[in-house]
Design a protein around this ligand. Structure first.
Ligand SMILES: [Mg+2]
Length: 161
């Protein structure tokens, strides 16, 4: 099985070209949380990610769908973000994506899912009929070597062409 995201970003979320997405007809964004928008367990937004999110919110409907189950952490995130945050999304399940889609009032093809994990974010987004954007983990994030190995292993399933 191979997964082919619509967009394969060489950098992190802040390297996504907002104008390009807008021109491609995207009207809504569903973002993964951990490693995509914030460093896991940090409950803090970097200046760069914050600036990117602010620009994105001017152009698109934006929400978070996270597999994180920690309600205390998710509430901390809700305090620093002004967008809807859905936890326990169980991606690649389509449930959270469908729920946000109806909140957005958009068609699936007008929404892009952005995430760092092929088997949850990208697969789930594709199953929901949405556009998908695979990003690298945040540049400011340091992770143990075993995690990088697992991450790279998962990317074996990714086709860039
Ligand atoms: Mg993630």
């Amino acid at each position: 099985m191979f997964l082919k995201p619509d967009y394969l970003i060489k950098g992190d979320i802040t390297d996504i070209d907002i104008d390009m997405l807008s021109q491609a007809g995207i009207k809504g964004l569903i973002l993964d949380l951990d490693s995509t928008l914030v460093v896991p367990h940090s409950a803090a937004l970097s200046t760069e990610a914050g600036a990117w999110l602010e620009r994105a919110c001017e152009r698109f409907k934006v929400a978070i769908a996270s597999n994180n189950k920690d309600e205390v952490y998710l509430d901390q995130i809700r305090k620093i973000l002004t967008i809807p945050v859905v936890g326990k999304a169980a991606k690649p399940s389509r449930k959270a994506f469908h729920r946000l889609l109806s909140d957005f009032g958009l068609e699936a093809g007008q929404v892009a899912v952005i995430g760092d994990r092929p088997l949850t974010d990208i697969w789930g987004g594709q199953r929901a009929g949405m556009k998908t954007i695979l990003v690298q983990i945040l540049k400011c994030q340091k992770e143990p070597a075993w995690k990088s190995r697992v991450r790279n292993l998962e990317r074996v399933f990714i086709r860039s062409n």
